[in-house]
Design a protein. Structure first.
Length: 278
């Protein structure tokens, strides 16, 4: 049986969320479970405070369900149809469950009608990273000197780029950035995009809402990490400050994680004995 390894000393992580300079309420939510290596960020949308409700339901439901499965040691096996390992299936199903709860709440409570939320989540297990997302909240990775976006926005703008109507440079200056084509809570079911990637010591992950990426260029995110990389808290504060200095038109949220050392899953009797001592 594959058992989870606590990542508390193997992955360093911080999170920061800020209302920004224009919005009255913060409709973003973040969650960091540094023990199981789960990091979740959601950017809510809807009427008065409804977006905050949606994003909060998303991060709490996903975190609770994944943690319950991990503590039950339900981590063995993979899905033959998709090739995804069990932890990735757990995360995907937790997001699907969050979608149902948000949708049901929006239909049953008038003040929550029409609410929804994006979500991006990172889950680390057995030297792998699972990326799951819905909407336009993003995940980036810095590996050595290469900074790259790991998620593809579920947005009208990204579809126009894919079809050749915009170049990547033109898309950065476009005004219709915030029309998402996929979100939690809008329909009874949702298509969660899930990928698995190997990790390496020293990898940086950046999860962020569009309140950061609409205000700060990718190159400046990279430069900030490179400049202040010795302190995750400082990097998070600097990124939020950059977004606010550029106008702070939306809520700004960022979760940073840095892999300190690898984390192979424990298997077999010897590994179980070692687990008792560590």
């Amino acid at each position: 049986m594959s058992r989870y390894v606590s990542l508390r000393n193997r992955v360093s992580a911080v999170g920061l969320t800020d209302t920004g300079k224009v919005r009255e309420h913060n409709e973003d939510s973040i969650s960091l479970d540094t023990d199981i290596g789960l990091y979740v960020l959601a950017d809510g949308m809807g009427g008065y405070n409804a977006g905050e409700v949606a994003s909060s339901i998303a991060v709490k439901t996903i975190t609770n369900l994944v943690r319950e499965a991990y503590l039950a040691q339900e981590l063995e096996g993979n899905d033959k149809a998709t090739g995804l390992h069990r932890p990735s299936i757990i995360l995907r199903d937790a997001i699907a469950r969050a979608n149902k709860i948000i949708h049901q709440t929006s239909k049953s409570q008038t003040q929550c009608e029409g609410m929804g939320t994006t979500v991006v989540a990172a889950l680390m297990h057995d030297n792998r990273l699972t990326i799951a997302h819905v909407g336009d909240s993003r995940m980036y990775r810095l590996r050595k000197d290469t900074f790259e976006q790991l998620t593809m926005d579920h947005s009208l703008l990204q579809e126009l780029v894919d079809r050749g109507f915009y170049s990547a440079e033109e898309a950065q200056r476009a005004t219709n950035k915030n029309y998402v084509t996929r979100a939690l809570g809008v329909e009874t079911t949702v298509d969660v995009e899930v990928h698995e990637l190997p990790v390496e010591p020293g990898d940086w992950l950046v999860l962020c809402s569009d309140g950061l990426t609409d205000m700060v260029e990718d190159e400046d995110i990279h430069l900030t990490i490179s400049t202040f990389g010795g302190n995750l808290d400082t990097v998070a504060r600097q990124l939020v400050q950059l977004a606010n200095d550029s106008g702070g038109r939306d809520n700004i949220s960022v979760v940073l994680a840095q892999v300190v050392e690898l984390f192979p899953a424990r298997r077999g009797i010897l590994d179980r004995i070692l687990a008792w001592f560590g």
